[in-house]
Design a protein around this ligand. Structure first.
Ligand code: FAD
Ligand code: DHB
Length: 395
């Protein structure tokens, strides 16, 4: 038997960073929302993904009253280290950007804080739903249908629908007239989590002839490391000894610095691609985050870009509910795309700058090294990298 239809102002499909930030922003504006999520709460809160927050994302969390644990447990770095051609160079972002920092606070910790705060506020968040369907998007009464975790069919009437269901979600398919731009890279990342204390107080990005390597962190006891691998490599091809051997060779290129080893307790391979959907709205459906765009991970933009879309969408909805005016919502795609393409450019730039590409000519290889040399010896070039890394200001 189906339960009576329910209603809300904004129906949100997906409890990732975009969906959860949107729900909090709307709540602050007095707008009601309901989140539908296919995964369980444990799965959402347990998936290891992003690590770095831009400065404005950190400020937004504080502003929304969600920053208490991040302030205590996050890692705040002045800058990053670039390592290449047997040399190590520190880029001091705090100096280059007038005080902005790199914050390492893992995505799943952000999600834990946002889920807990939403539930404490009395927010509606339904985990473990199935068969989500979008209907009547070009009317002013769009609907979501779904099956609850307990197997009950349900209808949710909405004023608007936010499709924030990630890159494999279904919302994007409902955006009519869209053009999709994509780019594949001929490499991937093997990421590991290790029980070890930090080998360095900040992140190290290394370009090496054997491929890229990245040293990051999660906590004083757990370190996150990545090495460039083939795009379709299997983790089974990477026994622990092979991973350590690659990490030592790619990172220990300067005198006196050694990498601390520990027990590897998680391994995974991620492919790398760039993707942009050039239309992010259709009728009363708005898509945001990975549902609309993907960046390769180098430079750590994905989560932050998802949150930026949520901010722009919340502004358009706020204007609509306060004044009845639709122009903010009409400009949503245009506003988002300006930031998205800049983040796409920066992520592509960091990726091509730091990875060894088998298809690259010796000429292109020299150009990358010249670019790195320029970045670490010119304040102007270093500033351009720094202001993108810590996050461009929101429009
Ligand atoms: P998602 O996080 O994908 O959330 C979408 C949610 O929708 C999911 O919970 C999914 O279960 C749910 N869903 C899907 N389909 C449905 C449906 N039909 N109905 C209901 N719910 C549905 N970004 C950074 O900024 N910094 C980093 O350091 C960084 N590092 C990364 C490292 C790795 C290894 C990876 C994989 C990614 C990294 N990213 C990073 C990218 C970042 O994780 C994503 O960009 C971010 O999660 C996007 O958020 P989102 O809310 O748009 O989508
Ligand atoms: C991490 C991921 C990134 O893509 C990056 O550029 C820096 C750090 C991380 O997972 O810690």
């Amino acid at each position: 038997m189906s339960t009576p239809p329910r209603r809300t102002q904004v129906g949100i499909i997906g409890a990732g960073p975009a969906g959860l930030f949107l729900a909090h922003l709307l709540h602050r504006q007095g707008i009601k929302s309901v989140i539908l999520e296919t995964r369980t709460r444990e799965e959402v809160e347990g998936t290891i993904r992003a690590g770095v927050l831009e400065q404005w994302t950190v400020d937004l969390m504080q502003d929304l009253g969600l920053g208490e644990r991040m302030r205590r447990e996050g890692h705040f770095h002045r800058g990053i280290t670039l390592r290449f051609a047997g040399e190590s160079h520190h880029l001091d972002f705090e100096d280059l950007t007038g005080g902005k920092r790199v914050t390492v606070y893992p995505q799943h910790e952000v999600l834990k804080d946002l889920v807990a705060a939403r539930l404490a506020d009395g927010g509606e968040l339904h985990f473990g739903v199935r068969d989500v369907g979008l209907h009547d998007l070009t009317t002013d009464r769009p609907r979501l249908t779904y099956t609850t975790r307990d197997g009950e069919p349900q209808v949710l009437h909405c004023d608007f629908i936010a499709g924030v269901d990630g890159s494999q979600g279904l919302s994007r398919q409902s955006i009519e007239g869209r053009t999709e731009y994509g780019h594949l890279y001929p490499f991937g990342w093997l990421g590991i989590l290790v029980e070890a204390p930090p080998s360095h107080h900040e992140l190290i990005y290394a370009r090496h002839e054997r491929g890229f390597a990245l040293l990051s962190t999660r906590s004083p006891e757990i370190q996150r490391l990545y090495i460039q691998c083939g795009p379709t490599d299997d983790v089974a091809e990477y026994p622990d000894e092979r991973i350590w051997s690659e990490l030592h060779r790619r990172l220990e290129t300067v005198d006196g610095w050694t990498l601390t080893e520990g027990r590897i307790f998680q391994k995974g391979v991620i492919g790398m691609r760039s993707f942009v959907c050039d239309r992010m709205q259709h009728g009363r459906l708005f898509i945001a985050g990975d549902a609309a765009h993907i960046v390769p991970p180098t430079g750590a933009k994905g989560l932050n870009l998802a949150v930026a879309d949520a901010v722009y969408l919340s502004r358009g909805l706020d204007c609509f509910y306060r004044t009845g005016r639709q122009d903010g919502l009409d400009r949503y795609t245009e506003t988002c795309l300006r930031r998205i393409w800049k983040a796409e450019r920066f992520s592509w730039y960091m990726t091509t700058l730091l990875h060894t590409n088998p298809a690259e000519s010796p000429f292109e290889h020299r150009i990358r090294l010249a670019d790195l040399d320029y970045v670490v010896h010119s304040r102007a070039a270093a500033t351009a990298l720094a202001e993108n890394y810590v996050g461009l200001p929101l429009d």
